[in-house]
Design a protein around this ligand. Structure first.
Ligand SMILES: CC(C)(COP(=O)(O)OP(=O)(O)OC[C@H]1O[C@@H](n2cnc3c(N)ncnc32)[C@H](O)[C@@H]1OP(=O)(O)O)[C@@H](O)C(=O)NCCC(=O)NCCS
Length: 153
């Protein structure tokens, strides 16, 4: 049966389901990450992807004339590599362009940390047009190296 993918604006009624989706990806989001996600989601703009009415992914962002910034993005593991993340990034790009932002920025785990799941995450960002912008070493056991990527709009 053909599935129906719908991308729409996130509403407050989606917040709990979005955090649950994040919680179901423990390779990517530890307890601290989930706590930060829970706090950030209500403060940011967001979009959700639904497949046959079920939440399959979400993204949150902020955007102004200085830059667009991706807060959180996650797609359910059952639906990785189906193009949903790319569609969600397109929504953010359009919103950031509308806000007059010259580029979109995101931070993720740097590659000096030998941890395969985030190899996939970095491949995703690079695959949808982001380029490495800077690397920083942090005093944070959850993120000892932070990679900042940017996509010019
Ligand atoms: C990162 C994530 C959001 C990507 O979503 P997705 O729907 O799986 O990605 P897409 O299918 O849209 O991929 C778009 C492109 O990214 C690249 N890409 C995505 N996953 C990849 C992988 N595992 N390996 C190599 N390239 C990959 C490819 O270029 C892909 O295009 P293609 O399939 O036409 O080759 C998703 O994998 C996820 O939820 N990961 C866990 C949470 C996470 O890491 N969030 C970000 C924290 S900073």
């Amino acid at each position: 049966m053909a599935r129906s993918l719908r991308i729409r604006e996130m509403t407050p009624r989606d917040h709990d389901a979005a955090v649950d989706l994040g919680r179901a990806l423990p390779e990517f989001f530890n307890d601290q990450g989930i706590a930060e996600m829970t706090a950030d989601i209500p403060k940011e703009r967001g979009a959700v992807a639904e497949i046959d009415g079920e939440l399959a992914g979400f993204v949150t962002w902020t955007a102004d004339e200085n830059m667009g910034h991706i807060g959180w993005i996650a797609v359910s593991a059952h639906h990785h590599r189906e193009g949903i993340g790319r569609r969600l990034i397109e929504v953010v790009e359009n919103a950031a362009i509308a806000a007059g932002a010259p580029f979109l920025q995101v931070e993720t785990l740097g590659e000096s940390v030998d941890y395969e799941p985030y190899d996939r995450t970095r491949s995703f960002y690079r695959g949808v047009g982001f380029e490495d912008f800077k690397n920083e070493m942090l005093d944070n056991p959850g993120m000892p190296e932070m990679l900042t990527l940017r996509k010019r709009l």
